[in-house]
Design a protein around this ligand. Sequence first.
Ligand code: ZN
Length: 510
Amino acid sequence: MSDPVHDCPCLGGSAEHVTRRAFLGASAVALPALGWPVPPQPAPRQPARDFVIEASWALVQRGDQQVLVPDASVRVRGNSIVEVREGRIPGSVRRIDARGALLLPGFISGHTHAASGSPTRGIIEAGRSYQRPLEIVDTLGDDDLDALTAYNVAELLRSGCTSHLEMSLSLRQAQSYVRVARRWHVRGFPGGMVPGTARLFPIWRRTNDQVLHDAVAGTLVEIDENRRFALSVNGAEEGLIRPMMTPHATDTHTPETMRAVLAAARELGNGLHLHLAQGVGETRTVQRLWGQTPVQWMESLGAFSMPVFGAHMSGATAEDWAVMQRHGAVYAHCPSGGGAGASSGTQPYPEALTAGVRTNVGIDTHSNDYVENLKLAVICGRARARVLNAATRSTLKLPTIQDAVHGATLGAAQGLRRDDLGRIAVGARADLVTVDVSGLLVGSGAPGPEPLSNLLYANGLSVRHVVTDGYAQVLDGRLVVDDEARVVRRGAAVVQKVWAQLQQEGWFRS
Ligand SMILES: [Zn+2]
């Protein structure tokens, strides 16, 4: 859920809609076969968590540096990395052959809305609002919701994203996310957005602040419901599930409700994740209401005593970046937020890097391809920095693929205050991903001398193996924690149901 520049870049009609309607015609969306109930599926029996990954390159932690090691072997036992070395590890232990690939720490997305990806992808890019599709998603029954969540979480895993700071758009969606994450050994930092989708839009899009004040009682109820669920699953699956509190944004809360959020987050002990200064509209609103910018307001409430991940931040001021930097808080930059090609513009990734703020690459909503988002962060960030440097004589840093990978791994782990994540080192959790850097389209037929640069030619389908906490989830490019074809089939059936309702309501003609 991105709002990079304005409060609402995509609500309402535009000339583009007319053009698209003419193009699509009345039968643009085939009516679907409806979804069917999806009973809970036990995970297939996992192979023993004792194996070696052999890769052409690995990005290994040496002190505080990430260092590329050629011809690398990493041994996993249980949930941890127990050996890292250049060359082969002798013995008869099971081996995962990742020759031609680069072995990296599993990617950490600092911002996802898992169940919202596939229902909106491909239908909002030319300018329609995501509001109505997301409202329909929130009315789905639990079985349909789980099928939709599973499809999208499968995509995240498929692209190497092992850890998700998941801002589900309601408590029910957070519960669905946790059901799927637990089944597949995903490392989840979930929370239900407050206010959730059912109450959000009238509060967010208000023209009279009395609406915000009148919403306090309902928002406090939502906070407590989310808090109670989060406490019930905190630390589940040997610590893989670590809920955070996830308020929607600073302009949909009052000091009373935000203090309740922060108290719950302290009780949980895992941190805070929110849309933060996501547009100039949010910044102006918070300044009008509370006399401070969004980041300064959160600081005055004591938010930065815990890990904080702020998404989007297109409305951030220089003072805001200074506050983030001072507290080691993380800017979750989501380069495809708002839909690939549909976002209102580039986002302030170069500004955050230049200010020395911890940065992360996040997913947001519509693309679950983590590798693609790494690339977009670099390419869009460099374009933005070059334009701004030329236009304003500023000296913004040009983002590099090293910046993006660091933010996706070690930087995010440091922001979470987890020294056992985001690194390939003995004793760290075995969250690992291999990406082909030598094959067709990505490489040159053989591993090259600077494999991180090959990531700029890769995408999620270049990911070959994914392991979280020692559990293999993707092997040779196939999801192995479930029946991949069935996950796709069931996810498709639910999306078709959502689209059928949209068609019935005339949404595609809007
Ligand atoms: Zn969002």
